[in-house]
Design a protein around this ligand. Structure first.
Ligand SMILES: NC(=O)c1ccc[n+]([C@@H]2O[C@H](COP(=O)([O-])OP(=O)(O)OC[C@H]3O[C@@H](n4cnc5c(N)ncnc54)[C@H](OP(=O)(O)O)[C@@H]3O)[C@@H](O)[C@H]2O)c1
Length: 171
């Protein structure tokens, strides 16, 4: 049964972005993102998509949120409001992952059932933070896995999964 999920990585201070990009380079964390989101639809804000140089991720459907009614990219569904996103979600069968940035997590905080949060064990410089008022208390942690740094991944990180309290994944 399809569901709406949130997925992001933050540092110890809740930082998620710098200059339109990620503040760190962690190939193993990107592999985790790929594994979790494969086959699903990914919704990102227009600035995050700009930061990805408008690259489409293979095996996943790309949705962008923007107020610009003229925005068009080949192979991308551009949506303009929460309501349009929820209408799109209702019209199809895939899971939907909200991948950020900051405003999108707040906008969909009541719709998300599962959270995939990576805590990067470092402190970085940047300009975009996960929203401090996100209602994390509405969720409970169901798993955590620490991944150790190695020669290609310079920081430890922990993969947390949370589910909305009281939510049971439909079979
Ligand atoms: N660490 C992570 O896991 C992670 C995940 C995602 C992003 N990031 C980082 O976060 C940064 C970008 O995030 P951001 O918060 O600055 O920007 P963003 O959320 O990616 O994009 C903001 C844009 O989304 C559109 N938008 C937002 N709310 C909307 C609404 N209610 N209705 C319609 N459109 C709406 C607007 O686009 P228009 O201006 O076109 O109208 C807005 O300017 C980058 O550095 C990126 O790398 C990190």
């Amino acid at each position: 049964m399809k569901k709406i999920c949130g997925i992001w990585a933050e540092d110890r201070n809740g930082l998620i972005g710098v200059d339109g990009k990620l503040p760190w380079r962690l190939p193993k964390e990107l592999q985790h993102f790929k594994t979790v989101t494969m086959g699903a639809a990914l919704l990102s804000g227009r600035k995050t998509f700009d930061g990805m140089n408008h690259r489409l991720l293979p095996g996943r459907e790309t949705l962008i949120l923007s107020r610009d009614k003229d925005l068009y990219y080949d192979g991308v569904t551009v949506l303009h409001s929460r309501e349009e996103v929820l209408d799109w979600f209702a019209s199809q069968d895939k899971d939907l992952f909200v991948q950020g940035g900051a405003d999108l997590f707040s906008l969909f905080s009541a719709d998300i059932e599962l959270l995939y949060r990576t805590l990067v064990e470092g402190e970085f410089t940047g300009d975009t933070y996960f929203p401090a008022d996100f209602p994390i208390d509405a969720f409970e942690m169901v798993s955590s896995e620490r991944v150790k740094a190695d020669e290609k991944n310079p920081y430890d990180f922990t993969l947390f999964v949370y589910k909305r309290k009281g939510w049971v994944e439909p079979s």
